[in-house]
Design a protein around this ligand. Structure first.
Ligand code: F0G
Length: 358
């Protein structure tokens, strides 16, 4: 057995890297594809969960960031910049620090989860809270990168999508084919685009017999692709995907057409319900944006759109520990307060409903 070496080493033959590319890696990728019997029972499909929270900074962004930072360093960059709803900033900060360069990150003020804010600061990023939303941050980052000596590492940088496509390679390695459906959360639609590219390349080289139907889900208050126009003031509790003007919009439309795919919108209430189902029935803890994959599956299955026995892969994009507060909320919105007990075995046994073995 050997240690997983990160996606650039593992897939060197399928990425645009050369002997001149310094490989900046924290060992990203190689994440588990986990069977989810509870979701299979609910839907009649064979459901697998690709748990991207298992990456070094706790989200799928690390696959793209190893590529983007490696290429930036190859091209002599001393500083990178990104706009972020949190995960990209955490990842950029970690990989830039590892490479010995500077990361500047622009986040919407007061709108990113505490875990992600902590990561960017811990990894020594230059973090600025912008008095605007994510779309404003991205506009500023693009303008700065166009006019100042700083390299953009948002997913408008094609190296990001390249790195992220490796997740599809891993799914195919496990299933020995593409799934019938692949479901992802959608914000900028970079990851939707990346999976489509990964699967297309697998089909082209004969590793699969088909493309999966690519299903993407946006939060109902932030669903520009579903409603067909920019959303000026996007809202959702799923802060990671609170995006009104997706950067990879047209690439995603193309991917939907070519894969007979679908984009749908999910209410915050259904996102939180799916979050509870994934935590309490499957044993996988994710941030709210990731739970939208589960909510999307349940919605499509309910609508009769997932034939029985289909193989479905759900990508869950970020770890629950980044934004844990949602687990402490009951379905009715009230706070969950763990029971307090004294240091007393019989009393604790009583509270747990245990009676002494005889
Ligand atoms: N899930 C999580 C946890 C995310 O952080 C993001 C995007 C997405 C899904 C959507 O992916 O943008 O490729 O469609 N987060 C970005 C960020 C915007 O700044 O961390 P997408």
């Amino acid at each position: 057995s050997r240690q997983w070496r990160g996606v650039l080493h593992e897939y060197a033959d399928r990425l645009n890297i050369t002997a001149a590319t310094p490989i900046i890696t924290l060992g990203e990728g190689g994440t588990p594809l986990i069977p989810a019997p509870a979701l299979s029972a609910r839907t009649g499909a064979k459901v697998w969960v690709k748990f991207e929270g298992m990456n070094p900074t706790g989200s799928f962004k690390d696959r793209g960031m190893t590529m983007a930072i490696s290429k930036a360093v190859e091209h002599g960059a001393k500083a990178v910049i990104c706009a972020s709803t949190g995960n990209t900033s955490a990842s950029a900060a970690a990989y830039a620090t590892h490479a010995g360069i500077t990361a500047a990150v622009l986040v919407p003020e007061g709108k990113i989860a505490m875990g992600k804010l902590s990561q960017a600061i811990a990894h020594d990023a230059e973090l600025l809270q912008v008095q605007g939303n994510f779309d404003d941050c991205l506009d500023i980052a693009r303008e700065l990168a166009a006019n100042y000596p700083v390299h953009l590492v948002n997913s408008v940088n094609p190296d990001r999508i390249e790195g992220q496509k490796t997740a599809a390679f891993e799914v195919v390695e496990v299933l020995q084919d593409a799934p019938d459906f692949h479901i992802v959360p959608v914000g900028n639609a970079g990851n939707y685009t990346a999976y489509f590219r990964g699967y297309s390349e697998e089909l082209e080289r004969g590793a699969t017999t088909k493309l999966p139907r690519m299903f993407g889900f946006q939060a109902a208050g932030s669903a520009p692709i579903v409603v067909g126009h920019v959303v000026k003031h996007p809202e959702t509790i799923a802060s990671a995907i609170r995006i009104g003007n997706p950067a990879s919009w047209s690439l995603a439309i193309d991917a939907r057409e070519k894969s007979d795919g679908y984009f749908g919108a999910i209410s915050d209430a259904h996102i939180l319900e799916a979050h509870r189902i994934l935590s309490a029935e499957v044993g996988i803890f994710v941030e709210p944006a990731s739970a939208i994959s589960v909510a999307g599956l349940l919605e499509r299955a309910e609508a009769g759109m997932i034939p029985a026995g289909s193989t479905v892969v759900l990508t869950v994009t970020g770890h629950g520990l980044k934004d844990p507060q949602w687990a402490l909320r009951a379905a009715d919105g009230s706070d969950i307060k763990p029971t307090i007990v004294p240091v007393d075995v019989p009393e604790i046994a009583g509270v747990l409903g245990l009676s002494k073995a005889t």
